[in-house]
Structures are given as structure tokens and as C-alpha cells.
Design a binder for this molecule. Structure first.
Ligand SMILES: C[S@@+](CC[C@H](N)C(=O)[O-])C[C@H]1O[C@@H](n2cnc3c(N)ncnc32)[C@H](O)[C@@H]1O
Length: 231
């Protein structure tokens, strides 16, 4: 995956991308991130169309050969499903704003996607771009140690992940659930599925409406008095 990032302050990227899993992915050639030279905002507070078009088109072609993502608080909220979908492309362009934002013609005629990372406003699009790079890269083959890691995580199937425990089996009198020490993998998987369903129902009932539930899941939830709303 190649990420082309367009930013006025490219130096913010090296710190985060220089560490841990993403750094390993870069060293192994699984992802690459290039910072484009600053495009001029001129004296104004709105980013002008000509330098933004010129910078993006000179790197990803006219018309662009890959999705061109504008980071903006006015975009659709980024989800795990977006991360999975974007991970299917070999290349992505990410445009980071500053100041008041962009000339409207950039939205209308250059970008393919407008993405927000949440309903709040940051000073610039660099952190949102890093969030996309991180969330998307986790879905690429070879980036995570466990190839199935990203599929079990919260949000991958609209369910929150089950609780985790590690040693010691008793900490300050708080015990690890017995089933996890039983060695019975069928029982452990069933317990994890049920915990995942309960956790999602309590914390994010909105997600449960979107999750693919088996008849067994629905029976379990109904037994807990939680049943999902009928369609
Ligand atoms: C101060 S913001 C501009 C906000 C703009 N005036 C508005 O009200 O929609 C500057 C830049 O930060 C980035 N940004 C801020 N909040 C964001 C968010 N929630 N998601 C994605 N990008 C964001 C965008 O690139 C934006 O152009």
C-alpha cells in the first residue's frame, strides 16, 4: 500500500510512523508513506484550489488513479468498514487541511471521499490522516503478527470484542473466569461470543442492530432479556 499524504507540516508524520507495527510494515515494504512538498495557502485562510490540484495531480495523475481522500470534519464518519474497504486499494492519496479548510472546488472536482474522524474539530488533518493510515494498514496482509487479528477486533463485524485476561489467575482476589482456564476451546469460544454480544448490547446497542446474528445469538440475547429489535 502506498499512501501519498499532502500536508503543510509533513514533519509531524515521522514520529508516529517511526515506531512499532507501522515502522515494521514500512521496513518490510508493506506500506510506504510519502510527504508531498507544502502546497501554498497564500495569505488567505482558505486553501486555494490551484496549488492543491497541482500537487495532487502531479503525484497521482489526472484524473487521479486512486481514491483521493479529503480529511474534513464535514465528511462521513470513518469506520472499520471504511478501513477494510480502503485496504483493498494499492494506493491512497490523503489531503490534510489547515486553517478554515478548502476552496469548495477541491471537494467538488478533486476528491473522491470526504472523511471525518469524529464530531469535533482539530487544528489540522494530519492526525486524522495518521488515524486512517494506522486503521487501514492493520488490515493489510503481514502487518499484524496474527493474520486474523484485525478480523476478531471490535467493530470488524459490528460487535465489540470479548474481555481479555492474562496471568495471574487471581489478582487482588479477582479471578479469571473459570471457563478460560478449562482448556475446552468450544466452551471458550461460546463464552467469548456471548460476552461479545452482551458487551455490544450494553455499550453500543446501535451496533448490535447492524451485526450478523445467528439464531443461537438471538436466542441467547432474548434469554438475557436483550433481544435485538425486530426489523
Ligand atoms: C480547523 S479545521 C477546519 C474546520 C472547518 N472550518 C469547518 O468548520 O468544517 C482545519 C482542518 O483540520 C482537519 N480536521 C479538523 N477536524 C477534523 C475531523 N474531525 N476529521 C477530519 N479532519 C479534520 C481538516 O483537514 C480541516 O480542513
Amino acid at each position: 500500500m502506498k499512501y501519498d499524504v499532502f500536508s503543510l507540516i509533513p514533519q509531524v508524520f515521522s514520529g508516529y510512523l517511526g515506531c512499532s507495527i507501522l515502522n515494521k510494515a514500512i521496513e518490510n515494504g508493506l506500506i510506504s508513506v510519502t510527504d508531498e512538498p507544502p502546497y501554498g495557502g497564500g495569505g488567505g485562510m482558505v486553501m486555494k484550489p490551484d496549488p492543491v490540484f497541482a500537487a495532487v495531480e502531479s503525484v497521482v495523475g489526472t484524473p487521479p488513479e486512486c481514491p483521493v481522500i479529503l480529511l474534513t470534519p464535514q465528511g462521513r464518519i470513518f469506520t472499520q468498514q471504511d478501513a477494510q474497504k480502503f485496504a483493498e486499494y494499492p494506493r491512497l492519496a490523503l489531503i490534510c487541511g489547515r486553517y478554515e479548510g478548502f476552496d469548495e472546488r477541491i471537494r467538488e472536482h478533486l476528491v473522491t471521499d470526504e472523511i471525518s474522524i469524529g464530531d469535533y474539530v482539530l487544528t489540522g488533518g494530519e492526525l486524522p490522516a495518521l488515524i486512517l493510515i494506522d486503521a487501514i494498514s492493520r488490515n493489510l496482509n503481514g502487518v499484524l503478527g496474527d493474520p486474523d487479528g484485525a478480523f476478531d477486533d471490535s467493530h470488524a463485524s459490528y460487535l465489540l470484542e470479548y474481555p481479555h485476561y492474562t496471568r495471574p489467575p487471581v489478582f487482588r482476589g479477582w479471578e479469571v473466569p473459570e471457563v478460560l482456564l478449562s482448556g475446552n476451546h468450544a466452551k471458550i469460544n461460546e463464552w467469548r461470543r456471548q460476552q461479545s454480544l452482551l458487551r455490544t448490547a450494553w455499550r453500543r446497542p446501535d451496533l448490535l442492530q447492524k451485526a450478523e446474528l445467528s439464531p443461537k445469538d438471538i436466542r441467547f440475547l432474548r434469554d438475557q432479556g436483550i433481544g435485538p429489535e425486530p426489523d
